[in-house]
Design a protein around this ligand. Structure first.
Ligand SMILES: C[S@@+](CC[C@H](N)C(=O)[O-])C[C@H]1O[C@@H](n2cnc3c(N)ncnc32)[C@H](O)[C@@H]1O
Length: 207
């Protein structure tokens, strides 16, 4: 075990499941559902987007195929080298910069990002306050953070409770509590859904 995996045992877990990840999903159906969500986010074709906790790159694929134009840009970040290896093999588009690292230390200058999207990754961020501060740092004024799960909160928590011990405590808290945390750190919450089929919070960095 390296010092990184000792510091964050999720790295070992996500490395371990990386090869199985896409096989656990119907990628065609996932793409349709992601496209529908992305259509609501108001992403400009020239936007710079962070895919935080990108895994094997499925959100990035949807952003490239249906949302961003030739001048759009994605910085896709994950702690798992194995997930990133698969993502890099899947997507060779020059609009994407892949980065192995944690969401609370992004390789980006202040105020340079239009949207940060956390798709199925938020509860795994073990220091959410640090992550929120980092997202606020990199977002431009008026830029948006989207926290998205395409299943219910109870389903997310059931899956984590039955998975590897490293994620047993990665609990997705009610959207109204996440919203409070975001507002405490200077975001303005715009939309919030926490129902039987999805969890979505969109918050903006106010001027
Ligand atoms: C449940 S998977 C979701 C992957 C991808 N977003 C998807 O839905 O297909 C969560 C991902 O978040 C990554 N992750 C966990 N903690 C992280 C952190 N602190 N910073 C960046 N990525 C992280 C994991 O390595 C994993 O790939």
């Amino acid at each position: 075990m390296t010092s990184n995996t000792a510091a964050n045992p999720r790295i070992e877990f996500f490395d371990m499941i990386a090869n199985q990840w896409d096989g656990w999903h119907d990628l065609r159906e996932l793409a349709c559902n992601l496209d529908a969500s992305l259509a609501m986010f108001g992403i400009d074709p020239d936007a710079t987007v962070v895919d935080a906790g990108c895994g094997t790159g499925n959100l990035t694929v949807s952003l490239l195929n249906g949302t961003l134009g030739p001048c759009g840009r994605i910085v896709a970040v994950d702690i798992s080298e194995k997930m990133l290896d698969l993502a890099r093999r899947k997507v060779t588009d020059p609009r994407v910069a892949w980065h192995c690292g944690t969401a609370d230390q992004l390789p980006l200058d202040d105020g340079t990002v239009d949207h940060v999207i956390c798709f199925s990754s938020w509860p795994h961020f073990h220091d959410p306050a640090a992550v929120i501060r980092e997202f606020r740092r990199v977002l431009r004024t008026g830029g948006a953070l989207h926290i998205l799960h395409l299943i219910s909160r109870s389903e997310v928590n059931r899956i984590h409770a039955q998975a590897h011990p490293s994620v047993h405590h990665d609990i997705l808290i009610p959207a109204c509590e996440t919203a409070k945390l975001l507002e405490m750190h200077g975001f303005r919450v715009i939309t919030m859904t926490d129902d039987d089929s999805r969890y979505l919070i969109t918050a903006r960095k106010p001027g």
